[in-house]
Ligand binder design. Structure first.
Ligand SMILES: [Fe+2]
Length: 562
């Protein structure tokens, strides 16, 4: 194992090493850590451990967690890769101090990776592709808000970027804030609201921001609160009513004038976003700076890639696409580690996550015996099941809300069966009741997990997307069977599952199908409204009680109504 620390050229020193352990960290918005040990990846975000949504700050808990998950001694970390370029000396020194406190002496080499390169590396090095484009759009990071990279044989070359001022992500975040929600957090609510809008862009938002070559141009020439103010002038939305607006939306008062106004603004902003993406992709495809062989496949990543409706444009423009499942800043720690790993590793592309759900099941896992001790200690009444899928399917058929807690926690914003709440997807009444129990906004749709064999039955132009990163139009049968898990505009954001992805979860849905002929369940993340997804058994038990779920399957123990 290599232990020398003063390294000028990491290619030369490390390439003969059989096994290098790299710790990736990100200490900004949605901080986290990732550890790459040979081909193994362990990753977790600080919010799941601190219980503070989008935790910002040094990811001390996450680092300890990935070290434990990988049984790694801190002294065996060869390199630390930090996302971000740390322009300010004080911040860099503080970071080094925090790293040293965890890893100890001798000081481990620290490499920094630009925010958008880290986004880009996360997507590229998990795509399995050697030659492709990598597109990033977010609010901003390291002074950049969008970028076009060429991925060529393990190397990423940036050919275009937009400054933090010319930010598409900030435009959408400003709309979010104007309508009374929290920017950088509630953009999904604006996208959901846009589904109620019938027209196109009613406000001419191209006067505010538009495509310029391979980047974007912000005509407002301000971001943040300055942008919110200018957008309110443009749309005539009274900023002093923004709190009232979000309250109207939250309570689902569709006959209120602010409902119509907000829907029109959200729908127009979404429409404009999709128009910009389309023009941007067209410009990229026409660009003479990019050889044709790179234009066949595209990776898309960055906060804006959380917008599953906008992602449909990417799919239309580039049928071979890969949306990185942890597309926001929460995925930066792994991206930074992957970028450094590739440089050490003769730029070898090791991972192809597209067809492997297990790739994102990289978080903490708990032993059955430890869970049983907690259940006993806390006085829960439970039974140990032998045939869990059959029992859970029976409960689902009976209209019950069930928490699922099993295996390793998901990395990324979506619960994909291991920290999920599931129910019969065909009932609108049950959907409304679950919404109420969870305290969710009624205009926000739920999503389904669909058996692969039902993909064509339920979705128009489907592909086996395992990560809930794309919106699809439903077929007639889909609209009928998935009434509780569809959006008002006839779309949904599904997880497509095959048995090898997650046997226990697949078997539950398959047993439910045997009983009901419905090849799907409604799947929403297991957490109290506004909280991070549950990580540990204790949090699952508390949320089970507080939400008022009917049952909780925690590994092979079934807890019924409390
Ligand atoms: Fe970002």
């Amino acid at each position: 194992m290599f232990k020398q620390r003063k390294v000028k050229d990491i290619y030369v020193v490390f390439h003969l090493s059989m096994m290098v352990t790299i710790l990736g960290i990100h200490d900004g918005h949605d901080a986290g850590a990732a550890l790459i040990k040979d081909d193994e990846i362990h990753a977790v975000n600080e919010e799941r451990l601190s219980r503070e949504k989008y935790h910002r700050g040094f990811p001390k808990r996450s680092i300890k967690e990935v070290l434990e998950l990988s049984s790694t001694d801190p002294a065996d970390i060869d390199l630390v890769a930090a996302a971000g370029i740390y322009r300010k000396k004080k911040r860099l020194l503080q970071l080094k101090k925090c790293i040293k406190e965890i890893i100890g002496e001798p000081e481990t080499e620290l490499l920094t990776v630009h925010h958008h390169l880290a986004h880009s590396a996360g997507a590229y090095f998990t795509s399995g592709w050697k030659k492709c484009l990598v597109l990033t759009i977010d609010a901003a990071g390291d002074g950049v808000s969008s970028a076009v990279f060429i991925g060529d044989d393990g190397e990423l070359k940036k050919i275009a970027e937009s400054s933090y001022l010319d930010s598409v992500g900030d435009f959408y975040a400003s709309i979010t804030e104007m309508l009374g929600f929290v920017p950088m957090r509630h953009e999904g609510k604006i996208m959901a609201l846009s589904g109620y809008h019938q027209g196109e862009d009613d406000f001419g938002f191209e006067d505010c921001i538009e495509v310029s070559g391979l980047g974007f141009k912000n005509h407002l020439e301000v971001t943040g609160s300055g942008s919110v103010k200018k957008l309110s002038e443009k749309t005539g939305f009274p900023l002093k009513r923004k709190k009232e607006c979000s309250n109207v939306l939250r309570s689902g008062k569709k006959d209120h004038e602010l409902w119509d106004t907000a829907v029109k603004i959200a729908g127009s902003a979404q429409h404009h976003l999709e128009n910009m993406l389309e023009e941007w992709c067209e410009n990229i495809k026409k660009s003479e700076m990019i050889q044709d062989e790179f234009k066949k496949r595209v990776c898309f990543v960055g906060g804006v890639a959380q917008n599953v409706k906008a992602n449909k444009v990417i799919k239309k423009e580039f049928p071979e696409y890969w949306i990185f499942p942890h597309m926001g800043d929460g995925g930066l720690a792994l991206g930074a580690a992957l970028q450094v790993k590739a440089r050490l590793d003769k730029r070898k592309i090791r991972w192809d996550w597209k067809s492997d759900l297990n790739s994102v099941l990289s978080g903490p896992k708990f032993l059955s015996k430890d869970i049983e001790s907690i259940l006993k200690e806390e006085g829960f009444v439970y039974e140990k099941l032998k045939d869990e899928p059959e029992k859970v399917a029976e409960l689902l058929e009976g209209g019950k809300f069930i928490g699922l807690f099993q295996g390793r926690m998901e990395y990324g914003p979506r619960a994909l069966g291991n920290r999920s709440i599931v129910m019969d997807p065909s009932s609108e009444e049950l959907r409304d009741e679950l919404n109420e129990r969870l305290g969710r906004e009624p205009f926000q749709p739920f999503s389904p997990t669909i058996l692969r064999s039902f993909m064509h039955t339920y979705l128009q132009e489907p592909d086996p997307n395992k990560f809930m990163t794309m919106s699809y139009h439903l077929t007639e049968r889909g609209e009928n069977d998935l009434k509780g898990a569809a959006h008002v505009d006839g779309t949904c954001r599904p997880q497509i599952i095959e048995r090898e992805d997650n046997e226990p979860y697949y078997d539950i849905i398959d047993s439910f199908k045997e009983r009901t002929q419905i090849g799907a369940v409604l799947n929403t993340s297991f957490n109290l409204h506004g909280e991070p997804i549950v990580c540990r058994p204790g949090e699952a038990l508390r949320s089970f009680n507080k939400i008022g779920l009917d049952s909780l399957l925690i590994e092979d123990f079934l807890i019924k109504e409390f």
